[in-house]
Design a protein around this ligand. Structure first.
Ligand SMILES: Nc1nc(=O)c2c([nH]1)NC[C@@H]1CN(c3ccc(C(=O)N[C@@H](CCC(=O)O)C(=O)O)cc3)C=[N+]21
Ligand SMILES: [Mg+2]
Length: 287
């Protein structure tokens, strides 16, 4: 039997419909519409697509979204000024500064300038620290998407061996910490592998749940999968053949028990987590 598809589009649709109700209730109780400000510097085509989809998602659930487009030549001070204005704006609950930023801008300084209370990406050091301590204000969107696709498909996590490949600050590192945390949707035994891990396959073949977050098309091959494993593909690689994940989907399909597709897997759910965090931010700021 081929692996079961873990359908991120369907789950994203379901969670958006739950959020539509919650947002309407929030508006009724508070007389305020949750609002997300996205900041896009320069014209990276992938970022344009992402921001466009995100705005459509906001509209669907009743969240206000504003887009601040700045030229590729924007200076660090200009961007810091915009962030300071958005931090002070009581009508804005969430702020997202789309990455990557142009080279003249120090990304770290920008992420630290976003008010931690409006930091719906959970990139600010205070929010990273709270996640590590198991007291999250916001969960980082892609790691939260991975956790939710497992939980909502009744894939057991507690006591399972999760092998995460990729140690980025945005995905691999926080995900490893979240799944090793005490409590529901977690309690996993986690191995965090990366580009300097020797004999990667020896680790991945031990995984009950394998998460690929490397950023290299079809990097994870069928021989690296334990038969019956659950495979979560976080990769979004734009190739001549279209969008391709970090796993060799076709070859792994007959080996795994469950697998996420690309597109239609973790990507749309990542966007939903941004909506969840924006509503959380609005609740925390308005109550
Ligand atoms: N501050 C910041 N926060 C981010 O969360 C962030 C970012 N910067 N910079 C770029 C990356 C990338 N990212 C994606 C999210 C969803 C899809 C997504 O929805 N993908 C669709 C396909 C979309 C398409 O067709 O291009 C899918 O997988 O089905 C893709 C990429 C968020 N990122
Ligand atoms: Mg990503």
């Amino acid at each position: 039997m081929p692996a079961q598809l873990l359908d991120g589009n369907a789950l994203a649709r379901q969670i958006r419909s739950e959020l539509t109700t919650e947002v309407a209730e929030f508006i009724e109780n508070n007389g305020v519409v949750p609002a997300l400000a996205a900041v896009l510097v320069g014209g990276d085509p992938a970022s344009q697509v992402y921001v466009r989809n995100k705005r459509r998602d906001c509209e669907e659930v009743g969240i206000n979204s504003t887009l601040h487009r700045l030229p590729e030549t924007t200076t660090q001070d200009e961007l810091l000024n915009l962030i300071a204005r958005l931090n002070r704006d009581d009508a804005i609950h969430g702020i997202l500064v789309q990455l990557p930023l142009p080279p003249q801008i120090d990304s770290r300084a920008i992420l630290e300038a976003v008010s931690p209370n409006k930091d719906v990406d959970a990139f600010h050091p205070e929010n990273v620290g709270l996640v590590v301590q198991g007291q999250p204000r916001f969960l980082p969107c892609t790691p939260a998407a991975v956790q939710q696709i497992l939980v909502r498909n009744n894939v057991s996590i507690a006591g399972q061996h999760v092998v995460v490949v990729g140690r980025s600050d945005i995905v691999g590192k926080p995900l490893a910490i979240m799944l090793a945390q005490r409590g529901p949707g977690a309690d996993a035994t986690v191995t965090l592998c990366h580009s300097r891990t020797p004999d990667l396959g020896a680790f991945t073949r031990q995984a009950d749940i394998l998460v690929a977050a490397i950023g290299k098309p079809k990097f994870i091959t069928a021989d690296m999968i334990r038969p019956g494993a659950t495979v979560i593909d976080v990769g979004i690689n734009r190739t001549d053949a279209g969008l391709v994940g970090d796993v060799d989907f076709e070859a792994i399909l007959p080996v795994a028990s469950r697998i996420t597709p690309v597109p239609g897997g973790i990507g749309p759910l990542t966007r939903v987590m941004l909506l969840v965090n924006t509503l959380t931010a609005a609740r925390q700021l308005e109550m």
